[in-house]
Design a binder for this molecule. Sequence first.
Ligand SMILES: Cc1ncc(COP(=O)(O)O)c(C=O)c1O
Length: 480
Amino acid sequence: MRDPQEILARLKELREADAPTHGGRVLSYVYDSGLPELDRLAANAMALVQQVNGLDPTAFTSVAVMEREVIGFARDLLGGDKNVVGTMTSGGTESCLLAVKTARSNYLGAGTPKIIAPTTVHAAFHKAAEYFGLELELIPVEADGQVKASAIIEKMGPDTALVVLSAPCYPYAAMDPVADVAGAAAAQGIDCHVDACIGGWILPFWQGLPDWDLRVPGVTSLAADLHKYGYAPKGTSVLLTRGRDRQRAQYFATTRWPGYPVVNSTLLGSKSAAPLAAAWAIINALGAPGFAALADSCRRSTDSLLAHLDSIDGLRVLGKPVGPLFAVAQDDGVPVGRRVDPHRWADKLRTHGWYAQLQPAFRQLDGSWMPRTTHVTITPATEPGLTGLSEAMVKAADEVRGEPGVDPGEVLAALGGGALPELDSDTAQGLLAQIGLADGSAGLPEAMAPVMALVEALPREFSGRLLIELMARMVEPRDP
Ligand SMILES: Cc1ncc(COP(=O)(O)O)c(C=O)c1O
């Protein structure tokens, strides 16, 4: 066997090239509690179940105990009564997929079942519709990212299997009108899922919100990710469902093969118990008061940054964000020379060591455009570095103020203009090379603004295919 120290040294070296997971510098993807002792506890809990197979809680009974305790805690926190049951999943996407699969199984209509959701619903529902053969009807949101309840309600009908609302949505942190829509859905016997993947473990500690969780009568299921504001390592989310019979449709069971009887509550078969153990340990350590204290820190940082952004000429916060996240857009209300393109701004922020996430401009089904924005997610780790982040935001804005954003038309011209080719793997790779994105070894390009402009410029199928090529080539084995 090779020296373990040597192997771990190589891993440490590889990790050095990663975006930092701690310290609050990365303003998406990671949710740092800022408490190293909590990370240590999670690591120890994971080590204790390293070899456990979460597939079978009858053999590994610790899995059932931990799962039921986490679900119990989540149910109390999220307003569920004794009629609410739950499952641990591997993350937000799996929770979304399962919510859709269950609704499809319970659908009694005749035609293709439909999901209705605002444009801002997480892309995981696009995936769910594709995987499970449902139609997804996306309802345009207003310029502030808010959807009108009536716009959703008027689309509901006998072919609607599920309405999905977000609490809040990821792109702009808009809180969807849960009570109005869930009430109307219940009146028509339609299931209503609340995607609280990002908000579920922090909004219960955010004062001044209308009811948005299982306290609302028509809400039939709700998901809340522990690997976000539950501060757990990646691989864990809770999916709560109202009514045992509704939820049982989520399961898959078969005895129609010669092997062991298969009973799966989630999409996977064999699965790690490590993220569950970590989440369970963290919940036991923090309890509601611990979560509340961390939420307070996020609230202070968010309020401070929102006020700060208000004072930066040329930028604006989109809509009225709810929770510790928001999107920053260009302020078109000031003269052109004072405007700040949010993508140039994000690229500059990165040169100052802060990683915000670029979101492309988006054309909705009614033809209206949502502007390009930069997404910022706040965690408890933000607060100690708040001054540095605030200063970097000003500096970055000063450095790009008046500079127009990357023009999607120009990016398109760089691809040679004319008709877009059929994309097989090599053609896609050729195009990526043309725009300097073929070498996946270097990770993300220096500037992301041109990449986003490309997404804005190209037809969606085409940009999707290019991005698949980019990601797929990153993991192709290379010559030593
Ligand atoms: C509202 C919402 N739903 C679903 C997801 C998907 O979660 P995951 O990345 O854990 O699969 C996210 C992720 O940010 C989210 O914010």
